[in-house]
Design a binder for this molecule. Structure first.
Ligand code: SF4
Ligand code: SF4
Length: 437
């Protein structure tokens, strides 16, 4: 069954928006004495450091790379001296080799930063890999791998993901408002080198200013469509936004590209536009900082590798009251165990919450209300999956298509019995992965 019902109804949860920072322009923050750059910040192979202790590095210099294509190089996000190369625990909980730079705060640009020479698709893909870009909206999938689809279908449609359906986060929204030229140029490059004709912006109805701006700027080109989406979490999930913008159903087991569609996050496209014009690789992140423990919510531009605790201090975090810090949104974000952890490439928000917002309601027995099924965007049966996980019934987990779960958290959010459904799904997937190793 899988996503069959996409054709009839889109499902999800009505979550509070809390977009407190939507009118706040980006502010650049670069006063960090030490920058920690982990050698893996993406899906795929870990990079090896290309520098050693004592080296002087400059902004944009490549300091890590891998021989594997399924990886993305890593660049210095400041100028300064390499102080240490050490294993540190990143937000994913893994120990990753990390280049620690004593920042001289001059941000002197490396001679390696040059406008890429691009004449064809091959050059484009190569340049995109060199830029270090990974999907900025989600799991950090290397962008050059996504663009270099080698299947049988021809990609004809580009869906620009501007949904930003998680509460609090407004960094993609601000990108739409403040960086429109680069976004449109990035789209032009992707269209040109991949031979794509149609472009669909998918943007939730709660962002009227961005919808108006994108419609105005693209009104003279019939190949551009700005689609207003219902404000329903998770509209930004890949298969959901493809259906909502193009009407195409990507059946389970298929990739969007198999159906002729490429989905790209709007900030990724903004980065590509700027990179093709300037040659500056991915060295900084635009992030939203918010939550009830933050006195001064903000949209910031920070160097990759900046320590989270210093960003929280800048935003006047109530340190004595903080109960939880998240990297990402409240629905899918990762809890940060150590706040000296650095910002990484796919980090779009830092949220800090007090006890009041983290209170755990008591878990009670399932009352078979069916609400979890009614909100699951993938048409799964979360209560059944939980039961199968508790019994370690691998066959049942596979029958109920656990692999389709996108960990959106809608089921846990809606459950009146407060059952940790999404969390159990995550554990079930890990269990199956380990069993199949
Ligand atoms: S929403 Fe909760 S209580 Fe209702 S069926 Fe699902 S697991 Fe049971
Ligand atoms: S976390 Fe998984 S099971 Fe729960 S609603 Fe989302 S996709 Fe469905």
């Amino acid at each position: 069954m899988g996503i069959y019902f996409f054709k009839k109804i889109q499902k999800g949860a009505h979550v509070p928006h809390m977009k407190n920072t939507e009118d706040m322009s980006f502010v650049r923050l670069d006063k960090f004495s030490e920058i920690k750059i982990p050698m893996r910040q993406h899906m795929g192979s870990v990079c090896k450091p290309l520098v050693k202790i004592g080296d002087y590095v400059k902004l944009g210099q490549k300091i890590g790379d891998s021989e594997s294509n399924f990886s993305a190089p890593i660049h210095a996000s400041c100028s300064g001296t390499v102080k240490k190369i050490d294993n540190i625990k990143t937000v994913s909980g893994e120990m990753i080799q990390t280049v620690i730079i004593e920042n001289d705060e001059k941000y002197e640009i490396s001679e390696e930063v040059k406008i890429p020479q691009i004449n064809n698709k091959e050059d484009f893909i190569k340049a995109i890999r060199e830029s270090g870009i990974v999907g900025l909206g989600g799991a950090g999938f290397p962008t050059h791998v996504k663009l270099d689809y080698k299947g049988n279908s021809k990609i004809e449609k580009l869906v620009v993901n501007c949904a930003e359906c998680e509460p609090y986060i407004t960094s993609d929204y601000r990108e739409c408002i403040e960086d429109t030229d680069n976004i449109l140029y990035g789209i032009e490059c992707v269209k040109k080198y991949l031979g794509i004709s149609k472009v669909y912006f998918g943007i939730e109805s709660n962002k009227p200013k961005a919808i108006k701006l994108l419609k105005t700027l693209t009104k003279d080109d019939d190949n551009f469509n700005v689609i207003t989406l219902k404000s329903l979490y998770p509209q930004g999930a890949e298969k959901t936004i493809i259906y909502a913008t193009t009407g195409i159903v990507v059946e389970s087991g298929k990739l969007p590209a198999d159906c002729g569609v490429l989905v790209m996050n709007v900030s990724t496209l903004g980065f590509i536009g700027n990179y093709i014009k300037t040659g500056m690789p991915l060295v900084e992140r635009k992030i939203t900082v918010d939550g009830d423990a933050i006195n001064k919510p903000n949209n910031l531009i920070v160097p990759i590798g900046a320590p989270i605790n210093e960003i929280l201090d800048y935003c006047e975090c109530k340190n004595d009251l903080v109960k939880k810090v998240l990297m990402g949104g409240p629905m899918m974000g990762i809890s940060v165990a150590d706040i000296t952890t650095p910002v990484i490439k796919n980090n779009n928000a830092i949220l800090a919450f007090t006890e009041k917002m983290c209170k755990k309601e008591e878990v009670s027995s399932c009352i078979k209300c069916g609400k979890c099924i009614s909100v699951c965007p993938m048409n799964l049966m979360p209560a059944g999956l939980e039961k199968a996980y508790d019994k370690k019934d691998f066959e049942k987990l596979n029958d109920l298509a656990i692999n389709l779960c996108i960990n959106c958290g809608c089921c846990s959010y809606i459950c009146p019995a407060n059952r940790p459904l999404a969390q159990k799904n995550q554990l079930a997937k890990t269990l199956l992965r380990n069993k199949n190793k």
